[in-house]
Write a protein that binds this ligand. Structure first.
Ligand code: MRU
Length: 369
């Protein structure tokens, strides 16, 4: 997507030195656009864990490049297998919920093993990291095309009035390599000349909605309004939401959806108000080993400080303030699980399907009947 007229992806290799990964450090958005250089596994681990990069697809792509850096380090030290195993373990331990992370690390390990020399292993890791990123981008583009049909259908019924889409957190291009999952259909609709307006739920505690989604949509010229997280139900009751599209960090092969905390409540409100609730995801976010999302998906718990504090822009600098009474404990559950019964459909790179095992397997038959 474009920032200041220049096309950016969220992660890439430095042109003059292919041993350095560059990424947009999202901790500073929307106030400052900062590019970070990452040249060691340790730096990549920090970037994922401390959320310089975040969002399922981008976490996967970052892990892919992290493993590429691991092969460069291993080639320099000479202890290949040990170093790769340690890098893989460190990367996987950074964040538990998005399945793209372990998917990317495992894919790298499987490919790197085919290299006979250190040089071959580095080359294979680079090729795989690039492929993971390219596929992520292409899959999100395709999600946009399939989701566009849904928005067009609603637009026809609204006879020129804007289609109101509600989204939660940031499943935009910042959460992937480009396009985004939940936002891809929105960008495709906007670019095709349809009138779309987006309700952006702010997404406490880290405010990925009000900081990142609002910034992205604004840069692309998509009309949007930031709302408090709890306002979604009210808007649905008053006919102000035509459809909900959210992303996911992990969806079971049976259709249960883990996404940013607060998603489940929006799905409940959507069901109660007959508002279609769609989840957009590339297949890298499907977990083919988990059947029961509520029981099996690991839910990340982050530091209480994120709930107790908020940050913003004051007189030219980013400041953080405490917003809870001193001494009040806080808990910070990062994700929740929306059961399949509340999901109208899944928008994938291969098309739209129902959130159940039969429909998901029909789109991805290579994973068995
Ligand atoms: O904690 P984050 O910011 O990494 O959370 C991920 C998300 O942005 C959301 O849960 C998103 O809706 C799905 S990831 C594309």
């Amino acid at each position: 997507m474009k920032v200041g007229g220049q096309h950016f992806r969220t992660i890439w290799l430095r042109k003059e030195d292919q041993c350095v990964v560059q990424l947009i450090d999202q901790r500073f958005l929307p106030h400052r656009f900062v590019i970070e250089d990452v040249s060691t596994v340790e730096q990549m681990v920090t970037a994922i864990r401390d959320m310089h990069v975040r969002g399922a697809g981008l976490i996967g792509a970052s892990a892919g490049y992290g493993m590429y850096l691991a092969t460069i380090e291993a080639a320099a030290h000479g202890w290949f297998d040990q170093h790769l195993a340690s890098a893989a373990a460190q990367l996987k331990a950074t964040r538990p919920t998005a399945v793209n992370l372990s998917w990317a690390v495992e894919r790298q390990l499987k490919n790197i093993v085919d290299g006979r020399t250190a040089e071959e292993k580095v080359a294979l890791a680079l090729r795989t990291a690039r492929l993971i990123a390219q596929e992520d981008e292409e899959h999100c583009r395709m999600i946009g095309q399939h989701g566009l049909n849904l928005i067009q259908e609603i637009a026809r019924k609204k006879a020129g009035k804007p289609v109101n889409v509600l989204t939660h957190c940031n499943a935009g291009w910042l959460a992937f390599v480009d396009y985004g999952s939940a936002t891809a259909p929105i960008y495709a609709a906007h670019d095709s000349g349809l009138r779309v307006h987006v309700w952006v739920a702010e997404t406490r505690p880290r405010n990925q909605g009000s900081k990142l989604t609002a910034w992205e949509l604004g840069k692309h010229g998509v009309p949007h309004t930031v709302i408090a997280d709890s306002a979604g139900g009210h808007l649905m009751q008053h006919g102000e939401v035509d459809l909900v599209i959210v992303g996911t960090d992990r969806t079971t092969y049976t259709g249960d959806v883990a996404n940013k905390i607060g998603t489940y409540l929006k799905a409940v409100a959507a069901k109660d108000n007959n508002v279609p609730f769609y989840v957009a995801l590339p297949s890298s976010s499907l977990d083919w080993n988990m059947r029961d999302g509520l029981k099996e998906i690991p839910i990340e718990e982050r530091g209480a400080e994120e709930v107790k504090h908020a940050d913003g822009w004051l007189e030219g600098r980013q400041v953080e303030v405490r917003i809870t009474p001193e001494g009040s404990p806080a808990a910070n559950y990062g994700f929740d699980v929306t059961p399949k019964r509340l999901v109208t459909g899944l928008i994938t790179e291969r098309g739209v399907c129902e959130a159940n095992e039969k429909s998901i397997r029909a789109l991805f038959p290579e994973h068995g009947p």
